[in-house]
Design a protein around this ligand. Structure first.
Ligand SMILES: Nc1ncnc2c1ncn2[C@@H]1O[C@H](COP(=O)(O)OP(=O)(O)OP(=O)(O)O)[C@@H](O)[C@H]1O
Ligand SMILES: [Mg+2]
Length: 251
């Protein structure tokens, strides 16, 4: 579905991506994991054309995205949606207006049709009752769901989620992941989730890839990755599992 080959990106003297090779399978959930500041967000931004690589290829839909002109990107951007780490809702617009925005921008129907579509999308993320609220009136979880509805508006084939559950309580983390899983199945989406959360990755991913020091050091099914012998991956997973078992201290 998406094939990344030898992707390199340097900022000044900082070599962030040093030859990333990764295949993202169709209609599945792929988790990209790794420490803070390793370049996970940078990698996602290449997939929506927000950053240009120094070297490498990104194959999607029979074309190399790194070779596209700004004009050709316009078309591809409709197919690959991204949910930013910061959410990026427009503060001066209500939830409904935020979701309507991409539809109006792409003239996707009459006002009445757009209104109907917005309601369907808000229904799908269980946010219809909050449609007239402003982002400042929403909780973190509601903002994530509003952003998700806006990303879904243009019927993308791929959605990139940059830390969709970070900062949410455990119930909401599961709610958001269940929602991602459900929309993946309903809309036959290919989902890429950047996350630090090993437990969620093991539960929801079909594929997990570890980014470390600029390359993918481990990839495979949750079961394969869980038994990785790579020292960094081992430490990352064992630390997460140890934190999970914290309850032993209270017994
Ligand atoms: N536009 C930019 N210009 C210069 N440096 C950048 C730019 N974007 C990212 N970087 C640097 O690239 C590195 C990787 O950043 P990135 O945001 O991808 O990390 P991350 O893996 O997403 O981390 P986190 O888990 O904390 O979100 C960091 O050192 C960051 O400072
Ligand atoms: Mg990031």
């Amino acid at each position: 579905m998406i094939e990344i080959k030898g992707l390199k990106k340097t900022f000044g003297d900082l070599q962030v991506l040093r030859g990333v090779n990764l295949t993202i399978p169709k209609e599945s959930i792929t988790f990209i994991m790794g420490g803070s500041g390793t370049g996970k967000s940078v990698l996602l931004k290449h997939l929506v054309g927000l950053l240009k690589s120094d070297e490498g290829e990104i194959w999607f839909d029979g074309q190399d995205l790194t070779k596209l002109s700004e004009r050709e990107w316009q078309r591809v951007r409709k197919k690959i949606g991204m949910l930013f780490q910061e959410g990026a809702l427009f503060d001066s617009m209500t939830v409904a207006e935020n979701v309507a925005f991409p539809l109006i921008e792409h003239s996707a129907g009459t006002m009445r049709e757009i209104q109907k579509r917005v309601e369907e999308l808000l229904e799908a993320v269980e946010l219809l009752p909050a449609k007239d609220k402003y982002p400042s009136e929403l909780s973190g979880g509601m903002k994530k769901r509003a952003s998700l509805a806006r990303t879904l508006a243009l019927n993308p084939q791929v959605i990139l989620f940059d830390e969709p559950t970070t900062g949410l309580d455990p119930i909401l983390q599961i709610t958001i992941m269940d929602l991602i899983k459900r929309i993946k199945e309903t809309y036959k989406l290919t989902c890429v989730v950047v996350s630090h959360d090993v437990i969620l990755a093991l539960k929801y991913a079909q594929k997990i890839a570890f980014l470390h020091e600029g390359t993918i050091i481990e990839e495979g099914s949750p079961e394969e990755v869980k038994h990785s012998s790579h020292p960094f991956v081992r430490r990352f997973i064992d630390s997460a599992l140890l934190l999970e078992k914290k309850e032993v201290f209270y017994e």
